[in-house]
Design a protein. Sequence first.
Length: 347
Amino acid sequence: MKTNSKKDIRSMTKEQLRDFFVEKGDKAFRGNQVYEWLWQKSAHSFDGMTNVSKETRELLDANFVINHIKVDQMQRSKDGTIKNAVRLHDGLIVESVLIPTSKRTTACVSSQVGCSLDCKFCATARLKRMRNLNPDEIYDQVVAIDSQSKLYHNMPLSNIVFMGMGEPLMNYNNVLKAIDKITSPEGLGMSSKRITVSTSGVPKMIRKMADEKVKFKLAVSLHSAIDEIRTSIMPFNANFTLKDLRESLQYWYEQTKSRITYEYVVWQGINDSKKDVDALVDFCRFAPSKVNLIEYNPIDDGEFRQASNKAIEMYVNTLEDNGITVTVRRSRGKDIDAACGQLANKS
Ligand code: SAH
């Protein structure tokens, strides 16, 4: 049998694995054992499953593959940030990043190969979307970074942000399945409160998440609260509009009572005037909000330039005066192209 005709074993539920063994004349319990190896113990091969018999391992090998990711290349920044080039079973590459601080380590994971959206300032957008990641491919990135966190920073991974390549809400089902495994005691057992899903803002999916009462946090890459400007830098905004986005976020807040974080870059001549910050304040009014002002990481041609310190100060003061929490984020891992918007499989 050719390898590519075998099924990805991690696309199966525990029930399906149990059924498989019963059909083969074994005990359903065997399915539990194998399931534990696949998720909790993150086995890379059937050979490594030491408490199942050789016959069982051969049976698995004849029917399934484990499409484990492989960290092809790891780069370490002088600030401790680690960027991984992750090879998928079909040879495509995504990137994931470990961001350490003194108290915690954060994994920034990818949800798609490339991205479905077309933000003008983002390097990943240029790759276009090649495919969605499977739940196990997302899970494996977290497992790999958890090991690196233990190895290089002597602590287990504490937080996860879906801020790598891709738009998580355009791969919603797989992202949710991955989060289920990450938070389940049968997987990594991490708390959903330590997970943030970041979106460019897909109103329909934000409503769906609200209905499903998900427990993770939500971040929205806003960058402008004025439709005309937002559409010029994030063209898909033309299809959704800020009104749709705001209404969906209001619904999210009503259903979850969970504060919304906005990611926001201030660029010279694009969104650095008083009217821009006033629009942002207005946009944030309906729910408790936090604004992260992210430093711009140039991706090439000079069309976008980081705003002056004076403009940033104006943002900070105006937001604070209006009772909105604001933080100014310095970029991490810039020297290895691991910062926001720089993930583009360059090396
Ligand atoms: N598609 C999702 C997940 C990606 S998160 C989203 O848009 O939220 C990546 C974050 O980096 C987003 O907030 C994005 O707007 C921001 N970003 C993209 N390019 C950037 C750049 N060149 N400099 C700084 N931030 C950037």
